[in-house]
Design a protein around this ligand. Structure first.
Ligand SMILES: [Zn+2]
Length: 211
């Protein structure tokens, strides 16, 4: 079975399980309908037609996520990676959104050093704004699957290295969020008030980080 969205055909796969409900999701440009053994093919077709708009949105965000892996995301901008054999440095062409490197390994090393420099600098800047008495945390950086930042009672702030793909505003928000946890170790109203004191547009950044 296939479905036509904006002149592109998408494969539809139906998975039947002991499910109560029917779910539609998109994976690798395929529409997957998970349902139980009692829902008829007609009913599924109808459901797909009724949810065409939502499915189209899912297809779009799915392909966007893919793109994110192929391109170079750095501080809220997207760059095409251009390989140049002779180049011994990383060169960024901000006007044409291109980043020049000789190898992926070289680019990776450079990015790692940038992450360290930028995160440390932003932590310092945000910490210095805090009027509340909080300890200066030690910073750890690592890749995390589900969180942008973690703060421990041992005064350690851990930041997700993938944050480098986002703008400084978003990086700053995560830092303010974690620093605020030194005062409130929860997500209470008081906590969010403190976050908004140093990051008034935090709701917007939070939303961006969820995409
Ligand atoms: Zn939190």
């Amino acid at each position: 079975m296939r479905m036509n969205i904006n002149d592109v055909y998408y494969e539809i796969e139906i998975v039947r399980k002991n499910n109560k409900n029917t779910y539609i999701r998109v994976k690798d440009n395929k529409i997957i309908v998970t349902t139980n053994y009692f829902v008829s093919q007609n009913r599924i077709n109808k459901m797909i037609q009724e949810n065409k708009q939502i499915i189209y949105k899912m297809v779009l965000s799915n392909s966007k996520r893919k793109e994110r892996q192929d391109k170079f995301y750095y501080l809220g901008n997207v760059y095409d990676i251009i390989k140049v054999n002779t180049l011994k440095i990383i060169d960024i062409d901000y006007q044409n959104n291109r980043i020049y490197t000789n190898t992926d390994i070289f680019l990776d090393k450079w990015l790692k050093s940038q992450i360290k420099i930028i995160f440390e600098e932003r932590l310092k800047a945000k910490y210095s704004q805090f009027e509340e008495k909080i300890p200066y945390p030690s910073l750890r950086i690592r890749k995390m699957k589900t969180r942008w930042g973690v703060c421990s009672k041992k005064k350690i702030v851990t930041l997700n290295s993938d944050l480098i793909k986002y703008s400084l505003d978003e990086i700053d928000y995560v830092i303010v969020h974690e620093l605020s946890h030194f005062i409130y170790f929860n997500h209470s109203k008081d906590f969010w008030n403190l976050v908004s004191k140093y990051c008034p547009k935090y709701k917007e950044y939070r939303k961006n980080l969820k995409n």
